[in-house]
Design a binder for this molecule. Structure first.
Ligand code: PGA
Length: 236
């Protein structure tokens, strides 16, 4: 059964998020789809949503704190209000655009794993590393596990090559399977692929050896496309 996750990034309003989630929820119910589906809205659109047990709402980010003086951040006091228990950690945009270091990421991971959160932990190499070959790619990706408890029970991994995120360039199947195979031999956790996954390629990608589902940005922001993605993978 494929795991399908949608990362809204900085898209959708509070209103459109609510409509989107309710619509996906109805879709899962009326089609008796039991795939695990995750949606990560913006912080401003978090709320209490009445969803089926296989539709989970998570946060794209939060600081390693319950509350305090961290301008622009949210902590568990804000997440608890909506019973959010799922978080994305290590996304490449936070690593490369927002400048989160591996040490900060590890601290966040430790804090949220201590609280029992489901963590989708993202790893992936930039283009200049990929161009140096698979050995260097794996070396780079393994460094993103420094300080991370790979045996954590509520852990899902997402391999997202940075050069494939939001670019329309999907990794070719062998790029995906070689990294997934290596990771799977070391870490026994569900492993998603992310990077320009869309309606037309999701089934093929999710059927590859060692791929347990997809973490999707761009193609998941359109409701009809996201529902089609769920439909295309429901029997895998
Ligand atoms: P994309 O983003 O689907 O737009 O490539 C994937 C991600 O960043 O999770």
């Amino acid at each position: 059964m494929a795991i399908i996750a949608s990362n809204f990034k900085t898209n959708h309003t509070r209103k459109s998020t609510k409509d989107f989630i309710n619509n996906v929820n109805d879709f899962l119910t009326s089609n008796s789809i039991i795939s695990d589906v995750y949606i990560f809205p913006t912080s401003t659109a978090l709320d209490t949503f009445d969803t089926v047990s296989n539709l989970t709402i998570g946060t794209q980010n939060a600081y390693a704190t319950a509350k305090g003086s961290y301008t622009g951040e949210i902590g568990t006091e804000q997440l608890d209000e909506f019973k959010i228990q799922t978080i994305l950690i290590g996304h490449s945009e936070r690593r490369h655009i927002l400048g989160e270091s591996q040490a900060e990421i590890a601290k966040k991971f430790a804090f949220y794993s201590e609280l029992g959160y489901k963590i989708i932990y993202c790893i992936g190499e930039p283009l200049e590393v990929k161009e140096q070959g698979i050995e260097k790619t794996l070396e780079y990706v393994y460094e993103q596990f420094i300080g991370i408890d790979i045996n954590y029970k509520n852990l899902i991994l997402a391999y997202e090559p940075v050069w494939a995120i939001g670019t329309g360039i999907t990794a070719i199947n062998t790029d995906i399977t070689s990294v997934h195979k290596a990771l799977k031999s070391k870490i026994k956790k569900p492993l998603l692929y992310g990077g320009s996954v869309k309606v037309t390629n999701v089934e093929e990608i999710c059927s590859l050896d060692g791929v347990d589902g997809a973490l999707i940005g761009t193609a998941s922001w359109n409701l009809e496309d996201f529902k089609q993605i769920i439909k295309n993978t429901k029997d895998l």
